[in-house]
Design a protein around this ligand. Structure first.
Ligand SMILES: C[S@@+](CC[C@H](N)C(=O)[O-])C[C@H]1O[C@@H](n2cnc3c(N)ncnc32)[C@H](O)[C@@H]1O
Length: 288
């Protein structure tokens, strides 16, 4: 009974409080849960250093013509604002980063409708052959079976192709591998290493706090971690006032534990993102 009341209170109270009070409550709860989580450790030696993370250069690369071709492949439902996918400006930023960094392998956490999956895979494809001759590879992990014909998010939002059918349609099926597994489970047990890891799965402080050190351990030297929903200073980025505190709180704790990492938020992009703005919540995690 007391759980029932607590659940009801958790649903009703946020509707009665002003947004700022709801956010403060969420941050307090997240901090409490984070503090109760066992300390994680890691060695960020493989992470790209902050001085080598030329984010501005990556975003200003001469890729407008290539991007225009990619944009033609973006089905409006899968990539639309109601799909739960990364917003249009972030989609473009992901493509530019995948092209600029020329990774051979990418790990994505949080497949959902596979919007970012498709774009990152196209980035790998358009980079062409690697000097090593190794084929490009993208592993995308989700706790849900994203291709499920009934429960898959693609079905709920009204897409006519599952993520798997979509990657076939855009001819990157040879690059993409779908994995259904909780992220930390995959990250802690994978033997494969990656050049770029995109974290867009569990956005809770505890979840991201556990994912980051495990992801760092899977990086090839000079590898990069990209965070989504990073709100610097826990301040809103858009007019709707929303803040996802988890990723910022997770990094805050890792830094307080002297893990030598730092975050470079992408900030204002050279193109629009959402809500009439060009601000992004993407952020690059680098070695301090
Ligand atoms: C915001 S969506 C990702 C959007 C996706 N990147 C796109 O652009 O289409 C977050 C996804 O993360 C998944 N997720 C949540 N917690 C997870 C976890 N602990 N491990 C793996 N995936 C998780 C959810 O099932 C959901 O599909």
């Amino acid at each position: 009974m007391s759980t029932l009341i607590a659940n009801l209170a958790n649903r009703i109270i946020p509707r009665l409080l002003p947004k700022s009070a709801v956010l403060s409550r969420q941050i307090r709860n997240d901090r409490r849960e984070l503090a109760a989580t066992a300390r994680q450790s890691g060695d960020p030696q493989a992470l790209l250093s902050a001085q080598d993370a030329h984010v501005d250069e990556w975003l200003h690369a001469d890729l407008a013509a290539d991007w225009a071709k990619v944009a033609q492949l973006l089905d409006p439902i899968r990539f639309g604002s109601r799909s739960g996918a990364v917003n249009p400006g972030d989609q473009r930023a992901l493509y530019y980063i995948a092209r600029a960094l020329r990774p051979r392998s990418i790990l994505e956490v949080g497949t959902h409708v596979a919007a970012s999956t498709g774009i990152l895979a196209l980035g790998l494809r358009h980079n062409g052959a690697q000097p090593s001759g190794a084929p490009p590879r993208l592993v995308t992990v989700d706790i849900m079976d994203v291709n499920d014909p009934i429960r898959g998010a693609w079905k709920r939002i009204g897409c006519d192709q599952s993520p798997s059918q979509f990657v076939h349609a855009i001819h990157v099926e040879d690059i993409v591998t779908f994995v259904t597994r909780p992220a930390t489970d995959y990250l802690r047990n994978s033997r494969e290493k990656f050049d770029l890891i995109f974290l867009d799965g569990d956005h809770s402080a505890t979840g991201v706090y556990q994912e980051i050190p495990a992801a760092i351990a899977l990086l090839n030297p000079g590898g990069l971690i990209l965070l989504h929903d990073y709100f610097p200073g826990l301040q809103p980025l858009w007019a709707d006032g929303a803040v996802v505190p988890g990723p910022q709180l997770a990094v805050e704790r890792l830094c307080s534990e002297k893990l030598p990492v730092t975050v470079k938020p992408l900030g204002a992009l050279p193109w629009p993102t959402k809500q009439g703005s060009n601000v992004s919540s993407l952020a690059v995690l680098c070695r301090a």
